[in-house]
Ligand binder design. Structure first.
Ligand SMILES: *Cc1c(COP(=O)(O)O)cnc(C)c1O
Length: 397
């Protein structure tokens, strides 16, 4: 029987009876698997007998992770990769052929954007950004050669939201697949497959791992699609995860709901505190009832998440000075870790985007992205506010 989410993170993909009673999944640190006989090897290759062959094609520790993420995302099957980008590229290359067309959300992870550019240059697979504010906008972007709609929501780093149910409704009319990068929400807060989307991707490096010590990716979808990816763009391109990293992810996943609850409650305290500070011009948090897409958050997310973006009053130098004035909060890209991380998108994660396009997207020189950690929120605020106060004082002298 299907268990509740908080139980599935612990028991979802592993049965200790299969492994000599070992409470936690063993790390199968092996490259290959021996066959009892030549005939058994023949049957395994022919797919007539289930069992492991070689770790690029499957490994028991990795299988436990894949079954766990499939359960958590409410999908038929899951697949693990050596990075989030290995998952993104394997899925997109499996879905497309030369001359196809992809519609994407108005903001994308930088390397996903880089991959789409490469696919355009090499295979003439074109892409088009679409605000997806209403059905009509999506319909206008659809062409006969459109094969998929690729969405991130909330969008990095502006925290704009996309209504997944609305996107799915239009996509189904045209038989187009909807792929969601669910990294920012984690399956605890948002389950796109339950809303009718076709494929979910994660940079497991972020909330799923949660401890800042692994780079990994995951994809979930129908058994047929995931098997196709496993047998083509994963097997032959080779972006697999190591058994040890899979084990670390399984370890992290057990506390995903507990961690996410704290990330979210800390974020609620901090966005409220930030809103009240005189040096802060604007705060963008999807769980804020005053956020312009709050209705979408309420519909498709359990809570507002652990990421906050805010604009400070001042210049780019003020923004950098603010970061330099922090003591505990760490200046770093990535997100979803126990430690609170802060970064300046215009000069870091989104610096490759031309300045005018960046401004248009809402990524100003004053915009700061905060990945709220698991520390006491009061300590995070003490650090943020002392650094903000320094900017304010510098402004007034
Ligand atoms: C980090 C990230 C990726 C890329 O994942 P890696 O694990 O770094 O390869 C993709 N999408 C989003 C939204 C991310 O935050």
């Amino acid at each position: 029987m299907k268990k509740r989410f908080e139980t599935s993170v612990i028991h979802g993909g592993y049965d200790s009876k299969e492994h000599l009673g070992s409470l936690t999944v063993p790390i199968f640190q092996t490259s290959t698997f021996t066959f009892h006989t030549a005939e058994q090897g023949e049957k395994r290759f022919a797919g007539e007998e289930s069992g492991y062959i070689y770790s690029r094609l499957g490994n028991p520790t990795v299988t436990a992770l894949e079954e766990t993420i499939a359960t958590l995302e409410n999908g038929e099957a899951g697949l693990a990769f050596g990075s989030g980008m290995a998952a993104v590229s394997a899925v997109l290359l499996a879905l497309t052929k030369a001359n196809d067309h992809i519609i994407c959300s108005p903001g994308l992870y930088g390397c996903t954007f880089g991959l789409l550019k490469l696919m355009k240059e090499k295979y003439n697979i074109s892409h088009e950004f679409c605000d997806m504010k209403d059905e009509e906008q999506i319909r206008q972007a659809i062409r006969p050669e459109t094969v998929c709609i690729y969405v991130e929501t909330p969008i990095n780093p502006t925290m704009k939201m996309i209504d997944l149910e609305m996107v799915v409704k239009v996509a189904k009319e045209y038989n187009i697949k909807v792929v969601v990068d669910n990294t920012f929400s984690s399956p605890y807060l948002q389950q796109p497959l339950t809303l009718g989307c076709d494929v979910v991707i994660h940079s497991a490096t972020k909330y799923i791992c949660g401890h800042g010590d692994v780079v990994a990716g995951l994809a979930v979808g129908t058994a047929a699609f995931i098997n196709e990816v496993a047998m083509t763009t994963q097997k032959d391109i080779g972006g697999i995860i190591s058994p040890f990293d899979a084990w670390l992810l399984l370890r992290g996943i057990k506390t995903l709901p507990v961690r996410m609850d704290r990330h979210c409650s800390n974020a609620v305290h901090l966005y409220q505190a930030l809103k009240g500070h005189p040096t802060v011009k604007a705060v963008y948090y999807p769980g804020d009832a005053e956020h312009k897409d709050y209705e979408i958050t309420r519909k498709q997310m359990k809570q507002g998440g652990g990421l906050i973006s805010f604009e400070i009053k001042g210049t780019k130098q003020d923004a950098q000075q603010f970061l330099n004035a922090l003591h505990m909060v760490k200046i770093a890209v990535s997100l979803g870790d126990a430690e609170t991380l802060i970064q300046h998108p215009a000069t870091m994660t989104h610096s490759v985007i031309p300045a005018d396009v960046r401004e248009q997207m809402g990524i100003t020189d004053q915009l700061i992205r905060l990945s709220v950690g698991l520390e006491a929120w009061e300590d995070i605020w003490e650090d943020l506010s002392q650094a903000l106060n320094q900017i304010q004082m510098a402004e007034t002298v």
